[in-house]
Design a protein around this ligand. Structure first.
Ligand SMILES: Nc1ncnc2c1ncn2[C@@H]1O[C@H](COP(=O)(O)OP(=O)(O)OP(=O)(O)O)[C@@H](O)[C@H]1O
Ligand SMILES: [Zn+2]
Length: 472
């Protein structure tokens, strides 16, 4: 069976055919580095990490690009309210994301472009759009440039909406737009914004709109046409709709397949910084082993909603323990037999079929747990040949999913890298608390302290600042 993927644009499962045989280019929308990562962000990165690992396992050469949006309204706003340079806030937050990704074994992308490093490419696409008659510079001299949505008949092609039914674009300060649904490609510099947050352009100094960033970075590194564009379901509209419209209108064939991961929700609502219902990566990393967190966030199908609930980690821990129990037992029992150095096995056919069926990890895990069960039975009956074969398969399956407990990554991660990740994430929350205290926002400061407390982290305020300890 060939790999089939659910293409959000076609709203169907379709066979995946790469542009170039044997090679795949994937672009995934990465974080806007405005504040600490929550577990929704981790789940999104992990979903595409699983996809990438499956492609690699099945023999593809994968170029995987995940960006960092390091210039954006929210970054400027957050930096202004904390009195910090926007670029230092963005970079510090980017490091937190990297630490959290590393902690749960999300592989580093082939390349991770920052938006601020592709401004000339964005300006070039905007220029093409103006030349083609699909964008206009605002006539009020603000330096804004907008995409002219009514001029592009296919606008709405990704989410199958008619222009008349669409909500107005939510620019923070819409200026001279011709249509409420027109969205900003370029934002003229505003008084009071830092000079370092503007770049020169044919329309005067300014900065890019969010959507154009991804059109520019994806095509810069993967070409005008590439295989897969991914991101969270929350980005389908307007972000991806706008990316698609502006890239097509600029003459680029753009992505062949559109993939969207389901959201992590809390009480039925998207986990989101703005809603204040976030479980931060730091909190989760203080509650369970990184391997358990990876198992938990990766066990549901990537397109399903993952409702965060108490007890979820305990369930993941129990499932993982069954795998770990078998591995330890098999290695121990096979020692000294002629099956001690277990053969390298391929993943079983039914595991392969599950993964090829739109990355059906829940079914694949079913195959894995069945192999653990029959492997244990083989050990019980001292059928060591069979136990060794199943051991090889369990290792192959867990390795593909990035959850092989024998992988040295987890041994060291449990001590050092996790400790480092925890430390950088907690430090960041303590800084947020300090900022809140300085702004006399004691409710927020207390909330952060309480949340850390619930995660087993005790804060002690001393004359040299806040110190923390982890009580587990
Ligand atoms: N709750 C969530 N569940 C799953 N994926 C998410 C969730 N929130 C964000 N993502 C995904 O994580 C990636 C980086 O997200 P981004 O920084 O744009 O977050 P965001 O949507 O602005 O988050 P927030 O709403 O918390 O501000 C995107 O692909 C986004 O779709
Ligand atoms: Zn994007």
């Amino acid at each position: 069976m060939t790999l089939r993927l659910y293409d959000s644009k076609l709203r169907n499962l379709v066979p995946f055919v790469p542009l170039v045989p044997g090679r795949i280019g994937v672009y995934v929308c990465g974080p806007t580095v405005q504040s600490s990562p929550h577990i929704g962000h981790l789940r999104s990165a992990l979903a595409y990490d699983q996809l990438r690992r499956w492609f690699s396992y099945t023999g593809y050469d994968v170029t995987f690009v995940r960006n960092v949006t390091d210039i954006d309204d929210k970054i400027l706003l957050n930096a202004a309210s904390s009195g910090e340079n926007w670029w230092s806030l963005a970079y510090r937050t980017e490091l937190e994301f990297t630490a959290a990704y590393n902690a749960i074994g999300v592989m580093a992308p082939t390349y991770e472009p920052r938006a601020t490093a592709s401004i000339p490419e964005m300006i070039e696409i905007i220029g093409r759009l103006i030349d083609n008659g699909y964008a206009y510079a605002a006539p009020d001299g603000t330096g804004d440039v907008y995409f002219d949505t009514p001029s592009w008949p296919q606008y709405g092609a990704l989410t199958h909406q008619k222009l008349a039914d669409m909500a107005p674009a939510t620019d923070s300060e819409p200026r001279a737009k011709r249509d409420v649904r027109d969205f900003a490609l370029w934002k003229g510099h505003k008084e009071g914004e830092p000079a370092s947050a503007s770049w020169s352009s044919p329309w005067g100094r300014g900065r890019p709109g969010w959507h154009i960033e991804c059109s520019a970075m994806s095509t810069k590194y993967l070409g005008a046409q590439f295989d897969i564009h991914g991101g969270g379901l929350d980005l389908r509209f307007p972000h991806h709709e706008n990316e698609l419209a502006q890239s097509h209108a600029a003459g680029d064939p753009f992505a062949n397949y559109w993939l969207h991961n389901g959201l992590v929700s809390v009480a039925g609502q998207k986990m989101s910084k703005s809603l204040g219902n976030s479980v931060f990566a730091a909190e989760l990393l203080s509650q369970a082993r990184p391997l358990v967190i990876r198992y938990y966030l990766g066990a549901a199908h990537y397109r399903s909603t993952l409702e965060f609930h108490d007890g979820a980690l305990a369930e993941a821990e129990a499932a993982l323990s069954r795998i770990e129990g078998f591995l330890e037992r098999a290695v121990r029992r096979l020692e000294g037999t002629r099956f001690a150095s277990s053969t390298v096995e391929l993943v079983p056919d039914d595991f392969r079929e599950a993964m090829d069926d739109d990355l059906s990890v829940p079914q694949a895990l079913g195959v894995l747990h069945e192999a653990v069960r029959t492997g244990n039975a083989a050990l019980d009956s001292e059928d060591f040949a069979e136990a060794a074969r199943l051991l090889g398969q369990v290792i192959a399956m867990t390795s593909v999913l990035g959850i092989n407990p024998l992988d040295p990554q987890w041994a060291s991660a449990d001590q050092s890298s996790t400790g480092q990740a925890l430390s950088s994430l907690v430090d960041r929350l303590l800084e947020d608390r300090e900022t809140a205290r300085k702004a006399r926002d004691f409710a927020t400061a207390d909330r952060i302290r309480d949340e850390l407390g619930q995660a087993g982290i005790t804060i002690e305020d001393t004359s040299t600042g806040a110190h923390w300890s982890f009580d587990g």
